[in-house]
Ligand binder design. Structure first.
Ligand SMILES: *Cc1c(COP(=O)(O)O)cnc(C)c1O
Length: 414
């Protein structure tokens, strides 16, 4: 993209933007929740649709002048429905957290009981963490991964559900590398009289590609961000059965949000179009292949992975045997231009700030064109950096290798 007006009008800001563009270009992005949008999606974001107030829904707005905006929003909805086979879609949520706020508000009263995966076992803040609105407003009971397999055990979830009798069961994760049996979870929810809510923020792109199972046919309601594996703009959508459409729409507006960001909705529409193309499957398959390759390569270098591997786009390294904390590892990799996020591991002996794990994901490097050959080089860079003992000279050399590898793979929108 060209930004000549911005560069001229605000050189101070432009210099920061330029630095960030450079950082993204020369670095290697392994944060599992990040991706690079296409030029088309970036251009959709920069359209004058941002100027419009459109509180309400297509055909029922609280402002005039929405004839075109209505068509934009209907287009985004139609494409999302097609992509996920959903009965009803709300495309207005500003991001994943507000989407989840709306889902809870639609189905729950404050104080209602909810089951969700514990944060340090792979869950998300909006799944009932004490510092989050979810944990303050609702009465969450966390479920955990099995201490032996480090996978979610549905027999244990079933027993817990019978005991707690929640009004809702949440399934979904931010740091879990295995797949979920949606049908079985939905059956458990039905048996105990709970709503079932799937938060597929991390895996939506892989589900859209048909490579991972979808909860949409079984679940009452499904939310997802649009900016992770789905490779769209920062935002979210909520999908639900037709019978809950009104509940969900009202919970988004006026329940939790005001005017929707129609430029972002337009960018979501373009991203959905990209994900509807046959190439999307190839991309998503490569995301999975790269994650498996990264897992195998790290294991071959002596790293233990939580649950022993991955079925999706992410993996979690257990660093307890490496004499380095997740935070130190994150810092060292940052020095060589590789971005990762520290992560807790199940039953982490260390506090979240110093957690013992490292979460890596392959959506962004795959968008950039990395395949198994490059992934092997990345695993090697990570290993050498983590074993460098922080030696500045070694890290300096590794940084050069990172930069020259990434510069061979230009990012489409930069
Ligand atoms: C990322 C994520 C969210 C929140 O998305 P934001 O856009 O950061 O608010 C919610 N749920 C899960 C499972 C996530 O991974």
């Amino acid at each position: 993209m060209v930004y000549q007006n911005l560069a001229k009008a605000d050189p101070e800001l432009w210099s920061l933007v330029k630095q960030e563009i450079k950082r993204q270009k020369i670095g290697i992005e392994l944060i599992a929740s990040e991706n690079y949008i296409s030029e088309a999606v970036l251009e959709a974001l920069a359209t004058p649709l941002i100027n419009k107030y459109s509180e309400g829904y297509p055909g029922k707005r609280y402002y005039g002048g929405n004839e075109i905006i209505d068509q934009v929003e209907r287009l985004a909805i139609a494409r999302a429905k097609k992509l996920f086979g959903a009965e009803h879609v709300n495309v207005q949520p500003l991001s994943g957290s507000p989407a989840n706020a709306a889902v809870y508000q639609a189905f729950l009263e404050p104080g209602d009981k909810v089951l969700a995966l514990k944060l340090d076992h792979g869950g998300h803040l909006t799944h009932g963490h004490a510092l989050n609105f979810s944990g303050k407003l609702y009465n969450f009971t966390p479920y955990e991964v099995d201490s032996k397999t480090e996978e979610i055990n549905l027999d244990i979830l079933y027993e817990l559900a019978k005991e707690v009798k929640p009004k809702m069961i949440v399934a979904g994760f931010s740091a879990y590398s295995r797949s979920l049996d949606w049908k079985k979870i939905a059956a458990i929810a039905k048996e105990v009289g709970a709503y079932c809510f799937a938060d597929i923020s991390h895996t939506a792109g892989l589900i859209a590609a048909g490579l991972l199972a979808s909860p949409v046919p079984y679940f009452d309601v499904v939310s997802t961000t649009t900016h992770k594996t789905l490779r769209g703009p920062r935002g979210a959508i909520i999908m639900c059965r037709e019978k809950y459409a009104e509940k969900i729409d009202r919970a988004v507006f006026p329940g939790t949000q005001g005017g929707p960001h129609e430029n972002v909705i337009a960018a979501k529409a373009t991203a959905f179009l990209e994900a509807l193309k046959p190439e999307w499957q190839n991309y998503s398959q490569q995301v999975l292949d790269n994650a498996r390759c990264l897992a195998t390569e790290l294991q071959a270098r002596g790293y233990r992975l939580v649950s022993g591997g991955t079925d999706n786009h992410l993996l979690i390294i257990d660093l307890r045997s490496q004499e380095i904390s997740g935070r130190e590892a994150e810092k060292i990799l940052e020095k060589i231009g590789i971005s990762v996020s520290r992560s807790t591991i199940p039953n982490d002996p260390n506090p979240p700030f110093k957690s013992s794990g490292l979460r890596l994901g392959t959506p962004a490097i795959t968008t950039r064109g990395f395949k198994e050959n490059e992934v092997r080089l990345v695993a090697d860079l990570i290993d050498r950096a983590l074993k460098s003992g922080g030696d500045e000279k070694t890290l300096g050399l590794l940084k050069k290798e990172t930069n020259s590898l990434s510069e061979k793979f230009p990012i489409p929108s930069l």
